[in-house]
Design a protein around this ligand. Structure first.
Ligand code: ZN
Length: 330
């Protein structure tokens, strides 16, 4: 089949998938108010269209052998002619992620030096000196709790005001639950990462932007990793504890992409394992990002699994995640 023929075939399949009634996710992902912004129904994400030939710069064989299939497996938009070349591509990606500067833990992320929340709010005139004093004293004598919580409980400062203060402190938006689409947002990233790092994919806007909510502090490093995986511009924002907790619970009730955990001795062993997975499953798209101490491989088995919102899957079918930890980290 010619390249064009194959491409048209893929487009037809994607339209078929979209037209199925059971695809309730579709409305979830594309509320009517947003759907008119879509560029089109029929484009296979260009970044995952393989270049011709083996992508391994050190390849000796060209693309005449040994694999017959010249379309799969695809790793980060690239095709390799055989297992050795594929592993070389994966190893490059692993090295890139290892050296990407992504912090191993959220605490190591940059931007640790911020004006304390109490001072931010005092500066705005949203609280008084005596109020701040009272909250700090209460926090000290209790030896626990966040200053925002004490301002709320001791001084009656509204949750909304505190959340606004956090937004100023982190220089980010305050996000609301407007347009929250838990079912489709559960497909954005693995449950493990959503749970462990307190991340809340909230909604996609058009086909380019993803809103990512946080409780009371941003995690720029996680947002960056998600941006690499989803190909969406990630807009991070603070939500405040109550709203975040409520939405996070709703999200965790939804069906996530199937995920497998793997613990590897080192990144070499991980690269080999990834190459094996790709050879076994022959995905039409796959990519690797590091999110703190985890390496997250996402694998799309069929073109229909790709939505038109970046690389966010269309449903939980034909997509799977593998989450690696390397070395002594567990
Ligand atoms: Zn090759």
């Amino acid at each position: 089949m010619s390249f064009l023929g194959a491409r048209l075939g893929l487009e037809k399949r994607m339209v078929e998938v979209v037209s199925q009634d059971e695809s309730a996710w579709f409305e979830d992902l594309y509320p009517p108010s947003l759907s008119r912004n879509f560029v089109g129904f029929s484009s296979v994400p260009a970044t995952e269209t393989p270049r011709k030939g083996c992508a391994n710069p050190m390849c000796a064989s060209g693309w005449t052998k040994p694999w017959r299939n010249k379309r799969r497996p695809i790793f980060e938009g690239q095709w390799a002619c055989g297992a050795g070349c594929l592993e070389a591509l994966v190893r490059n990606a692993t090295g890139r992620e290892l050296g990407s500067g992504v912090a191993a833990t959220p605490q190591e992320s940059p931007h640790r030096h911020r004006l304390p929340l109490g001072l931010v709010m005092l500066e705005q005139g949203w609280i008084t000196h005596p109020q701040l004093r009272r909250a700090i004293d209460a926090q000290k004598s209790a030896g626990a709790g966040k200053i925002g919580e004490w301002l709320q409980h001791e001084c009656g400062v509204s949750l909304e005001t505190i959340t606004r203060g956090l937004g100023l402190q982190w220089n980010c938006r305050v996000l609301s639950l407007d347009g929250f689409t838990p079912r489709s947002m559960a497909l954005v990233m693995p449950r493990l990462l959503v749970e462990e790092f307190g991340l809340l994919p909230l909604r996609a806007e058009g086909s380019r932007r993803l809103y990512l909510g946080f409780r009371d502090r941003l995690d720029a490093s996680a947002a960056f990793s998600l941006e690499q995986m989803s190909e969406l511009h990630v807009e991070s924002g603070i939500m405040g504890t109550e709203m975040f907790t409520h939405a996070h619970e709703r999200l965790l009730d939804c069906e996530f992409i199937e995920a497998t955990r793997e613990t590897m001795r080192d990144t070499d062993e991980m690269s080999q394992k990834i190459a094996e997975i790709l050879i076994d499953h022959q995905p039409v798209a796959s990519r690797l990002v590091r999110l703190h101490r985890y390496y997250w491989l996402r694998t799309w088995l069929e073109a229909g699994a790709q939505s038109r919102v970046g690389m966010v899957p269309a449903s939980s079918e034909d997509v799977f995640d593998t989450i690696f930890t390397v070395g002594l980290q567990n």
